[in-house]
Design a protein around this ligand. Structure first.
Ligand code: FE
Length: 336
């Protein structure tokens, strides 16, 4: 049965040969493979355990449910607290009781029932034109709806996970009526229809199409490291907005062990390794994310973006508002 599982996974991944090692971890990743490859390479070099990654952009939960006990996947790696909770609620994960994980990851960044574990955090911030927006001109998420930004705002689709989570946080801080008005305000401030990813909005600022955009912090690091995009990155500054009476909106990336996990022991080893100082440092230096493990420093570049106060809402409270947030986004037909 093991070789069958392996060969199915190899087929799914388009691999040409079956790995020969006994210990092997298969990952379904909602994260871009190139972001996690440096981590997995370091893990394999240290442990000899082979790691295979299948990039699952859409339908992660449906796939795991359909595969059931025959799933070749050991681990799910994804961004967004709501996605982690969705996988857990679908009943396709199992708890991990690990003294290592509970020691490395602060309680607010893991499931009390040990089904999911946060590995990094990131902030959703404002990218502002260095030339056209003065520091201090925009300080809150609420301000994004101010008519003074008419024709000056760019964003990716608001049905994207990152913006749904942000809207869920607005909803948790205010109420449905306020949130709907806020969404309408943002929509009427748009310079163009939502399109592309967070980096495309920075490119639009560089091109003079808009002056402010929403984006996750680590994209600034990624753009600076890319010769084609560094010019875009240098045209903007990160401003850390806060919610009125709160802080800056945060989210996580994280991991969960599947219920079917063919190689549970090796998979838990990898989970524990991902919370180690060494892995957390790679997340910080290579991916420009914030490590979850206390004591592991942010990269010098990330530190240069400045200090900020994380929001006071818990991630699970934000995740709980997600369905209502998405309804409001659809009600105002944000993307059209
Ligand atoms: Fe991202």
């Amino acid at each position: 049965p093991m070789s069958l599982r392996l060969s199915l996974f190899a087929l799914a991944m388009g691999a040409t040969a079956l790995p020969a090692l006994a210990e092997e971890v298969n990952i379904y990743s909602h994260r871009q493979p190139e972001l996690i490859q440096p981590l997995l390479d370091a893990f394999t070099a240290e442990t000899g355990i082979t790691v295979n990654v299948a990039f699952v952009d859409k339908g992660m939960v449906e796939r795991l449910v359909a595969e059931g006990d025959r799933s070749p996947a050991d681990l799910v790696l994804t961004v967004d607290i709501a996605r982690l909770i969705e996988v857990v609620n679908a009943g396709v994960t199992q708890p991990v009781d690990s003294a290592v994980l509970t020691a490395d990851i602060p309680a607010e960044f893991r499931d009390p029932a040990n089904h999911w574990f946060g590995l990094t955090t990131r902030a959703r911030v404002i990218y502002a034109s260095k030339d056209r927006v003065k520091p201090g001109e925009i300080t809150s998420y609420e301000d994004l709806a101010d008519p003074k930004w008419k024709g000056r705002l760019c964003t990716r689709s608001f049905t994207n996970d990152y913006n749904v989570a942000l809207t869920a946080a607005v909803l948790a801080h205010h109420d449905a009526a306020y949130t709907k008005t806020w969404l309408e305000g943002l929509k009427s401030n748009l310079a163009r229809k939502p399109d592309g990813g967070d980096r495309d909005q920075v490119k639009a600022i560089w091109a003079g199409e808009c002056d402010i955009a929403l984006g996750n912090t680590y994209y600034l690091g990624q753009m600076l490291a890319d010769p084609e995009q560094s010019e875009w990155a240098n045209s903007v500054r990160i401003d850390f907005p806060v919610f009125e009476g709160g802080g800056t909106h945060m989210n996580i990336s994280g991991v969960a062990l599947t219920k079917a996990a063919p190689d549970r022991e090796a998979a838990v080893k990898l989970m524990e390794w991902l919370s180690s100082d060494e892995a957390q440092k790679i997340y910080a230096e290579t991916n420009y994310e914030f490590p979850v493990k206390p004591g592991v420093e942010r990269s010098e570049l990330v530190k240069s973006w400045g200090e900020f106060t994380p929001d006071t809402l818990t991630l699970s409270d934000v995740a709980a508002k997600r369905p209502d947030a998405l309804k409001l986004i659809e009600e105002v037909d944000f993307d059209n």
